[in-house]
Write a protein that binds this ligand. Structure first.
Ligand code: CO
Ligand code: CO
Ligand code: CO
Length: 317
């Protein structure tokens, strides 16, 4: 039975449940593989168009984390029977326009009745075999880069509690809607092989996964991290989502903080992100090329740490 679920025995399944990465990767021929992923969630912001665009960007993010390009997407919808048609239309328009911006085709979908609205996509992408990036290929000495600022999770949570400034929410929306397509292209062109995207487990949770799968550790410098405007304020106010505590419990035993890292930042680094940036391990020899690539594309990229021989995650001040 296990084989039936994990795809054991099919040599074309390059990445499946057994390895578990950002998406499944299935080899098509000597050059190419197809990437499949699915993601959907309840509204993170009030504006329906933005919600649709964010959900779509978030779902497609796993294709980019694997080094691929988006090809076809299907809507996954759960809406209350009495939900305003105009709102549903806006959510779907936000998603459809984001798929188009990614160069993909929205080809259909499925809707069910549900008390709480949910929206997202199942996405198919393609990748050259030589360009597949995974969580398992970070090596000691590699430099760690992150391609979006942190803080979407705490800002949207503060927003739901009616405590966020609208400028801060707008900043988070802009970041969550941003496709990781440019970032992924720069990494693939530079020959980078170790990458994941920062979502529900927060920066340190996803770092734990990547480090464990790579058989190494990671060291981050808290002072090198960039937070969206407002994120630190809401952290000081303790407006964390429930996921922060769950992540801290799950990953805490593998994380060592220097005494100088303050409590709010410790929690922020374990706070779920929505449609967060790509976390990539870049061999030192390729770092200049990668940073130049981001500069040329005027895309955000910050150097936040390095891969270590010693296991576990260390965060210095
Ligand atoms: Co992912
Ligand atoms: Co995902
Ligand atoms: Co159907």
């Amino acid at each position: 039975m296990a084989g039936m679920f994990s795809g054991v025995g099919d040599k074309n399944l390059l990445v499946g449940l057994e390895i578990s990465d950002d998406a499944a990767v299935y080899k098509l021929d000597a050059e190419r593989a197809v990437i499949l992923t699915v993601d959907f969630f309840t509204p993170v912001v009030d504006d329906p168009y933005s919600y649709g665009a964010i959900a779509a960007a978030n779902a497609m993010s796993d294709i980019y984390a694997m080094g691929g390009e988006v090809s076809i997407a299907l809507n996954i919808c759960a809406f209350p029977g009495d939900m305003d048609e105009a709102i549903i239309t806006e959510i779907l328009r936000g998603g459809a326009e984001k798929v188009k911006a990614a160069g993909g085709i929205l080809a259909g979908g499925h809707t069910v009745d549900d008390k709480e609205p949910k929206y997202g996509l199942s996405v198919m992408g393609f990748v050259a075999l030589e360009s597949v990036m995974t969580k398992a290929q970070a090596r000691p000495g590699d430099k760690l880069i992150l391609t979006k600022p942190l803080g979407t999770g705490i800002i949207t949570t503060a927003g739901k509690k009616g405590k966020a400034e609208s400028a801060h929410i707008d900043g988070a929306i802009e970041s969550m809607q941003l496709l990781s397509r440019t970032a992924a292209r720069i990494l693939v062109e530079a020959g980078i092989r170790a990458c994941t995207d920062v979502t529900g487990f927060g920066l340190l949770g996803h770092a734990c996964e990547m480090a464990a799968k790579s058989g190494s550790g990671m060291r981050f410098s808290a002072s090198a991290l960039t937070f969206l405007p407002g994120a630190r304020d809401y952290a000081e106010m303790g407006l964390f989502p429930g996921g922060t505590g769950k992540n801290s419990q799950a990953f805490g035993p593998n994380i060592r903080f220097s005494a100088s890292v303050d409590q709010a930042v410790r929690q922020l680094l374990c706070t779920p992100e929505t449609s967060g940036g790509l976390l990539a391990a870049v061999p030192a020899a390729k770092l200049d090329a990668v940073l130049t690539g981001f500069e040329e594309q005027e895309a955000f990229c910050s150097l936040i740490g390095e891969v270590t021989e010693e296991g576990g995650i260390e965060v210095t001040g």
